[in-house]
Ligand binder design. Structure first.
Ligand code: SAM
Ligand code: SF4
Length: 511
């Protein structure tokens, strides 16, 4: 039995006690000096109003801003606010081309693959759009045991071929930081055989959970989490407070918005921002994402490792996802993603199976770098349904729109010349936080990524691909190898030596 100090949670008597004592005001206040919040409602509205008063769709102004994005520096609020006004189709095309060019210069021609692993739907909160909220009687509750987690990994790593997970938890004192740590260690420790008999397992566990105090984040750092993801849901304080009842832990806007500052303090320097799009005005939310990124850069010289774009989906026991006045169309979604790529050029960007296949396919051209596939977001969904596409409203948080298998998505990308990467080398080589920011901004990380993408894709093809997928994907890997040979001639013999060792059955070689 593994035990960890979970300083902030282990002393709670019950849920009421937890609600009352969990949030640490001192750990909020030190990141809001003088009580001034980095999300300033009046300032965001003024930025948007000023931009709206300028001549719209001015090509010269847009091109000046794109030139700045190409230097991979974060835009100023007035620049992002201007891009958000653009609605001319030709200028939007130009912005899309710049977004793709920037993505290629930082991340090269690849999409990193991961899967969500829902570990518990116990929750003390009542977020009005979420199927897991505690006052939803339709939801069947459970938290995975360590044996159940092993069964899930046997499917995810052993049958599908995933190497990287995002572990997702509701917020409840029973699923304390002790539990997080034990589940994460269980995932890392599980080694299984692939269909071809090689040893496989999960190499990077990211976490999506509620904000934690510094002491608990240190525990997660010790057990080796990758990115800590917390979606802000909405940055608009009044809307946030309406959708998250004020007698719940999640109702505290300042506790949530300062979470990543605490992460950095605790050494968890890969942080993942996100907005639940559809809860409030999309232009406001993109501006706030930018202000949040800039505040982290100001304090720690490190911006977000990733930004996610979850759009609200139907969920059990709530009609908010259908009735919100802030729902927007796919064309607007495209603008949001492109403007974010241009505004925070170095960041990884994630679009999940919440979106349709058509949107996800197109989003690769908008600058998206990471996606999930073969996803099942029911608790124990992978082992119960043997990874067939299967969805049930009362055991999952919301419904998914892209039910393609990992192999299906890989083949769809391969037909477009896009390579799928299972690389997890970055954090295992210490390339996180500020270190990875520098590597990304100078294009160095792109070189590692390209090589590691080829090595990990080769592993997946040899261990999991059907003969048809192997045939379809081989030209992609050959063209990537040729590009590496041309691009890095002095490094090539070492790359080739590693590649040959993988072809001969060795695993987990990386740069
Ligand atoms: N319980 C933690 C929390 O709220 O921070 C952890 C994550 S929650 C299980 C994962 C995320 O799912 C939420 O942060 C929210 O953005 C998203 N979500 C909730 N309801 C949703 C819905 N109806 N459609 C799409 N995403 C939703
Ligand atoms: Fe609980 Fe998170 Fe759902 Fe809110 S969004 S009800 S905190 S699981």
């Amino acid at each position: 039995m593994l035990t960890f100090p979970s300083p902030s949670i282990r002393h709670y008597k019950d849920v009421a006690d937890y609600r009352e004592h969990f949030v640490r005001q001192d750990q909020i206040d030190r990141y809001l000096p003088g009580g001034k919040h980095f999300i300033d409602d009046a300032k965001i509205l003024a930025d948007l109003a000023t931009a709206a008063a300028l001549p719209k769709n001015d090509p010269a102004r847009v091109r000046d801003i794109l030139a700045k994005s190409r230097t991979l520096n974060t835009l100023l609020p007035e620049e992002t606010a201007y891009l958000l006004q653009v609605d001319d189709p030709a200028l939007l095309e130009e912005m899309e081309r710049a977004a793709l060019e920037i993505k290629h210069s930082v991340y090269d021609n690849r999409v990193v693959m991961f899967a969500p692993l829902y570990i518990s739907n116990l929750c003390v909160n009542r977020c009005r759009y979420c199927g897991f909220r505690c006052d939803n009687p339709q939801e069947r509750r459970r938290m995975l045991t360590m044996d159940e987690i092993k069964q899930e990994i046997d499917i995810l790593a052993g049958k599908i071929g995933h190497k990287r997970l995002i572990a997702v938890y509701g917020e409840h004192p029973l699923t304390s930081t002790d539990y997080f740590a034990e589940t994460i260690q269980t995932i890392y420790a599980r080694q299984v055989k692939s269909p071809k008999g090689t040893n496989v397992g999960i190499r990077r566990v990211n976490v999506n959970a509620a904000p934690l105090p510094v002491e608990d984040l240190r525990v997660l750092h010790e057990v080796g989490i990758g990115t800590f993801q917390v979606f802000q849901e909405t940055y608009h304080r009044a809307t946030y407070e309406r959708l998250h009842p004020q007698d719940t832990v999640k109702g505290n806007y300042d506790w949530r918005t300062t979470c990543f500052h605490r992460c950095m303090e605790a050494g968890v320097d890969d942080v993942g921002l996100g907005v639940l799009f559809g809860l409030y005005d999309w232009q406001y939310e993109v501006m706030a994402l930018l202000y949040h990124s800039r505040d982290l850069e100001k304090w720690f010289n490190i911006g977000p490792h990733t930004i996610s774009f979850p759009r609200m989906q139907p969920a059990s026991g709530t009609d908010i996802p259908q009735k919100s006045p802030y729902i927007f169309d796919d064309a607007t979604f495209r603008r949001i993603v492109i403007v974010t790529r241009l505004s925070v050029p170095y960041t990884g960007m994630i679009i999940t199976c919440r979106e349709s296949p058509a949107t996800r396919d197109a989003s690769v051209n908008w600058g998206v770098t990471q996606m999930d596939a073969s996803s099942n977001i029911a608790i124990k969904g992978y082992s119960d349904f043997a990874h067939e596409s299967h969805q049930e409203m009362d055991i999952q948080q919301f419904m998914l729109a892209d039910n393609r298998t990992l192999e299906g998505l890989i083949c769809d990308f391969a037909k477009r010349g896009i390579i799928t990467s299972f690389c997890t080398a970055g954090y295992r080589c210490g390339r996180t936080g500020g270190c990875i920011m520098d590597a990304l901004k100078t294009g160095k990380e792109g070189k590692f990524c390209k090589v590691n993408a080829v090595l990990t894709f080769r592993e997946w093809l040899d261990d999991f691909a059907s003969p048809e997928a192997l045939k379809l994907c081989t030209p992609v890997i050959e063209s990537e190898l040729a590009a590496i040979q041309k691009w890095l001639p002095r490094f090539w013999p070492t790359v080739k030596e590693h590649y040959d060792r993988i072809c001969n059955g060795e695993r987990d070689l990386f740069f």
